[in-house]
Design a protein around this ligand. Structure first.
Ligand code: NPW
Ligand code: K
Length: 502
């Protein structure tokens, strides 16, 4: 699914109005009807007071239209117009008049006015600002937002929580509505997925308002939402006449004394993701551990007992995953450099592999095209330097990925993969996955997919999706707290199966 920029959302509006021969008011009425039905389905006429805070643009217009539909069904409503501008939008005015025709006069709120009481059992609808926000709210408007936030009433935001921008982080966090739920129109908005701005709504969902299908199909964007539908487009079914070599050979290079679990998790995850063969290249001390715990995995050892001292092997893997449980000792760095100087295989680099690249940035130019790096925020900062905010982080990540022709997987609550100027936002995963070894399993899954001939970008997108889905299915039976990396591996199979369920 596409994520669109504010300018494109406006265009979608205009195309819809033109192609479907609607008035803009009719489109707003559609939006308001969807909002009404959402509320009405849940409230079923129960007499809960609904406080609607409406701005003077089209977001406010949505709020006023919703108020009218609620009034027509005898819901007790209180409507406030946050009167921040004399320039009211046409559709705001039409809906304002329609409300007055029902003998309902909204209360105008201006600077210094007393603010309404908002009891905890009531519902607040936030329709102050939508996509049109283009500067910080004045202090008295921010005070209204703070008043809403101080209330314990359930707060439902229309389109976006007021004060949230589509393309920047608000300077003042407390001038943004903290919504319990957001009903957003048709298209997902990037700030819902970023740590600094995703916090403004607990949950959100999209309401289909029938925006022009042709426009939505044809518009090109650099932001994409990745769910089951998207990964199924490049899913490769297993062939009947095939053998283990058909599905490639993963070589996991990593491990050190005390950190042998990391490459084990990667190796096992690669196996469960479907690789035909997996070999681990580890220091000597891990030999027995591996051979005992993972009978499917072959083992090669480096000469040193406790860490990787050289990378020399006599086999032809399809893909190499470097880094899990490795260390950043000089000798390991030298071994990695020598390996990179002659390597042409697709690479996945994680953990200490990333730390080595961050400390020795000259190595970055030795990475083959479309090397997959999977940094968490700390590793990313070491690689690309500090950023001002989440939008700046994405801009810097894009530039870094372009400079070295990388597939850059930014691990976070919503993992975002960056490649060739495009952002791919993953939709699976949960906070239980913030646990030791989770990243090692992701590395293994991605390598296992590259082995099966997914191209590096597809492998990254599919791998991140499967990893998150495995975590989601695991917590259904377990809990966020008890989720471990080993369980993520155990649920990879269920994650695959879930692709074909309903
Ligand atoms: N296709 C869709 O998605 C559909 C969208 N619809 C709805 O329309 C909403 C967008 O409406 P909108 O463009 O009128 O903007 P909105 O957010 O109401 O702001 C109003 C005006 O406020 C101003 N302003 C900005 N910042 C300010 C500030 N800090 N303090 C004071 N003023 C400020 C600025 O005007 P300016 O002063 O810059 O001239 C701005 O234009 C959208 O979110 C959705 O709810 C649906 O109805 C139908 C389908
Ligand atoms: K809003």
């Amino acid at each position: 699914m596409k994520i669109l920029h504010a300018k494109q959302l406006k265009e979608a509006d205009e195309y819809t109005i033109k192609r479907q021969q609607l008035s803009s008011w009719q489109l707003m009425e559609r939006a308001a009807t969807q909002l009404f039905e959402w509320l009405h389905n849940r409230l079923q006429q129960s007499p809960v007071t609904i406080h609607l805070f409406c701005g003077t643009g089209n977001n406010g217009g949505d709020g006023l239209a919703l108020a009218r539909l609620l009034l027509e069904q005898q819901y007790p409503v209180k409507v406030y117009v946050v009167n921040f501008s004399e320039q009211r939008s046409t559709d705001f005015l039409i809906n304002y008049n329609k409300l007055k025709e029902l003998n309902h006069w909204p209360e105008l709120l201006k600077a210094d006015d007393a603010l309404p009481e908002l009891p905890p059992q009531d519902i607040i609808v936030d329709a102050i600002f939508g996509q049109g926000l283009n500067r910080p709210a004045e202090d008295w408007v921010a005070a209204i937002i703070q008043h809403i936030n101080a209330s314990k009433a359930f707060t439902l935001a229309v389109d976006v929580p007021s004060g949230m921008y589509l393309d920047q982080v608000p300077k003042e966090q407390d001038a943004v509505v903290q919504a319990n739920h957001t009903l957003s129109f048709q298209v997902a908005k990037l700030p819902f997925f970023l740590p600094q701005t995703g916090i403004f709504t607990d949950t959100w969902e999209l309401l289909d308002i029938g925006l022009d299908a042709q426009y939505l199909q044809e518009v090109t964007t650099d932001m994409h939402l990745i769910g089951a539908m998207e990964v199924l487009q490049f899913y490769k079914p297993r062939k009947r006449f095939s053998h283990k070599n058909t599905y490639g050979h993963v070589l996991v290079i990593g491990g050190s004394y005390g950190k042998m679990g990391a490459p084990m998790l990667s190796a096992e995850a690669a196996m469960n993701a479907g690789a035909g063969l997996v070999t681990a290249y580890i220091p000597k001390c891990g030999y027995q551990i591996f051979q005992t715990a993972l009978p499917e995995v072959m083992v090669l050892t480096s000469r040193h007992e406790e860490y990787i001292s050289e990378i020399e092997f006599d086999l032809k893997p399809t893909v190499v995953a470097f880094g899990p449980g490795a260390n950043t000792k000089e000798v390991t760095i030298r071994a990695f450099r020598a390996f990179l100087e002659s390597n042409t295989l697709t690479l996945v680099v994680d953990a200490d592999g990333l730390n080595i690249l961050a400390q020795h940035q000259g190595l970055l130019s030795l990475l083959p095209a479309k090397t997959i790096l999977t940094p968490h925020p700390g590793e990313l900062k070491r690689l690309i330097g500090a950023w001002e905010d989440d939008f700046d982080k994405l801009a810097k990540a894009k530039a870094f990925a372009a400079q070295y022709d990388l597939v850059l997987v930014l691990k976070d609550a919503y993992t975002i993969t960056v490649c060739e100027g495009q952002l791919y936002v993953n939709t699976t995963g949960n906070p239980g996955m913030a646990t030791a070894g989770s990243g090692d399993t992701l590395t293994g899954i991605i390598a296992g997919l590259v082995a099966q001939q997914y191209d590096p970008l597809q492998a990254a997108l599919f791998g991140v999706y499967l990893h998150g889905k495995a975590g989601d299915l695991s917590v259904e039976k377990n809990s966020y707290q008890a989720l471990t990396a080993t369980e993520i591996i155990d649920f990879i199979g269920d994650a695959y199966l879930s692709l074909f369920e309903g």
